[in-house]
Design a protein around this ligand. Sequence first.
Ligand code: BJW
Ligand code: ZN
Length: 252
Amino acid sequence: MTISARLEALLKATDSVCVLTGAGISAESGIPTFRGPEGLWARFKPEELASFDAFIRNPALVWEWYTYRKTVMHQAQPNPGHHALVRMERLVREFTLVTQNVDNLHARAGAAKVLELHGNIERSYCIECREFTSEIVLATPGQAPTCSACGGLLRPDVVWFGEVLPQLVLQEAFRASERCELFLTIGTSGLVYPAAGLPLRARECGAYVVEVNTEPTELSHRCSETLHGKAGEILPHLADMMSASRKEQPSS
Ligand code: BJW
Ligand code: ZN
């Protein structure tokens, strides 16, 4: 991995960083990504599982998929990539972590604040009365879970295709992208909007945009620099460079 002099200088000095993560950062924790030959969608089309229409057509199938993923995510542990971002958060004055992931691994690694664009798989709510459940819902195969208050269908608190993202969270993510000096886009294919618009907006606003990915992506040619390799190997190096010239703040 070669790091440019510009990136090295920024890592040592910048006090404004925004990070966007995607499924690739959790791949080394054993959580499958969405796309690609090994991806979750190699067998199912996204629109067959990740849309409200698909859910209404076959809630038991969608719940079976989410129950499987919840179990995998619950058993997974944060990896060195997640931990390196926590170190960065403690080093940089203005640090914003935005994720498309629903696996909760940034929080479990110790991140103080995470802007979750696509929700969180651990939460569920009723599509009728909108009440959230207090426990993690796991479905029995062939059966979709229902609300104990009104009997309506429960759904995972995630954002499916055609659904709006949580607007305040999205606004905060765009604001951070617009004012940061260094933007890191990590382990995302850059295919899904509006999340993929964040690095593009950051670049428009003058940030140095660095991609960390094992493969070239839709975003590669629009980034200032791409670091090819695994997030769990590259991010610890970047955090080391950052910490060389600064003092880590203890977590509160
Ligand atoms: C590694 C690695 C390692 C592997 N280290 N790297 C503008 C243009 C075109 C279309 C649209 C647009 N604006 C909106 C749309 C429509 C749509 C969209 O984007 N469609 C495109 C697919 C064409 N967007 C939406 O519908 C969004 N809503 C919306 O825009 O609302 C407004 C609106 C509403 C109605 C009408 C009109 C507008 C909602 C998007 C919701 C996405 N939801 C999902 C499911 C979440 C729940 C769940 O998890 O089950 O979010 S889909 C799925 O994709 C998931 C992910 O968060 C998201 C992104 O995937 P990600 O993270 O990039 O994963 P992969 O697998 O694609 O990539 C992994 C990468 O990691 C790869 O590059 C690997 O190489 C790399 N990698 N190992 C580093 N170790
Ligand atoms: Zn209900």
